[in-house]
Design a protein around this ligand. Structure first.
Ligand code: GRF
Length: 187
C-alpha cells in the first residue's frame, strides 16, 4: 500500500504525535510521517521526532517568509497531508490556499461548542454535561472546518480542569488515528 506522505505540526508535548508515530509504523496504517514542523524550538515533541529520526523544521517567527519556506520544504518532502497536533498558531489563508491539500486538526472540545483556547475552564464554568475531542478539517475559520469525528465522555461532579484534560487526551490519542484511518482507508 502506498502511504500518504504526512507532516505533523506541533508546539508542545507531542503526545498525539507519539501515538500517530506508533500507529504509522503499522503496515496497514495509511500515512507515513515524513517531517515534523514546530514553532517552538524547545517543544518536547522534538525529542520524539529525533528519536524516530524524523526531520524537524523549526519555524519560530510568524512571518510570511517562514510560511513560504515551510511550503517549499513541504513540497520537497512531497507532503500531501498536514496534521495539526497541538499546533498553537493560526495558519494564514494564503498558506491554506497555497498548500491546497488536506489539513486536519484535533481540538479539545465537542465542536462546534468551545472553539478556541481554555476549553476545559469554559466547560466547567458552563456546567457542561459532556466533554471530549473533535477531529476536523482546517479551513480559514478557527476550529470551524468539516468534522470528521468526535469522541466524548460524561463529566462527573468530581472532575476538574486536570481530570478533564487527562480524560480528553486519552480520547484524542484514539480519535486522531481513527479519523485518519476513516478518511484514507476507503478513499
Ligand atoms: C491537545 O490536547 C490538542 O487537543 C490541543 O493541544 C493539545 C496537544 O497535546 N490542540 P500534545 O502536544 O499532542 O500532547
Amino acid at each position: 500500500m502506498a502511504k500518504i506522505n504526512t507532516c505533523i505540526f506541533i508546539s508542545g508535548t507531542g503526545t498525539n504525535l507519539k501515538k500517530i508515530l506508533l500507529n504509522s509504523n503499522n503496515y496497514n496504517f495509511p500515512i507515513k510521517i515524513k517531517l515534523i514542523v514546530s514553532n517552538k524550538k524547545d517543544a518536547k515533541g522534538i525529542v520524539l521526532a529525533k528519536k524516530w529520526s524524523i526531520p524537524v523544521l523549526i519555524i519560530n517567527k510568524s512571518s510570511i517568509i517562514n510560511e513560504e519556506k515551510t511550503l517549499k520544504i513541504l513540497k520537497d518532502y512531497n507532503v500531501s497531508l498536514i496534521l495539526l497536533a497541538g499546533y498553537m498558531k493560526i495558519l494564514s489563508k494564503k498558506f491554506l490556499r497555497s498548500f491546497g491539500r488536506k489539513i486536519l486538526n484535533i481540538h479539545p472540545s465537542l465542536l462546534p461548542k468551545f472553539k478556541g483556547l481554555n476549553t476545559f475552564e469554559r466547560m466547567l464554568k458552563a456546567k457542561e454535561k459532556s466533554c471530549g475531542c473533535t477531529v476536523h478539517y482546517v479551513n480559514d475559520k478557527l476550529d470551524a472546518g468539516k468534522i470528521v469525528l468526535k469522541k466524548y465522555f460524561f463529566i462527573s461532579k468530581t472532575d476538574n480542569f486536570l481530570t478533564l484534560k487527562k480524560k480528553t487526551q486519552l480520547l484524542e490519542h484514539k480519535a486522531y488515528s481513527e479519523a485518519i484511518y476513516r478518511i484514507f482507508m476507503y478513499s
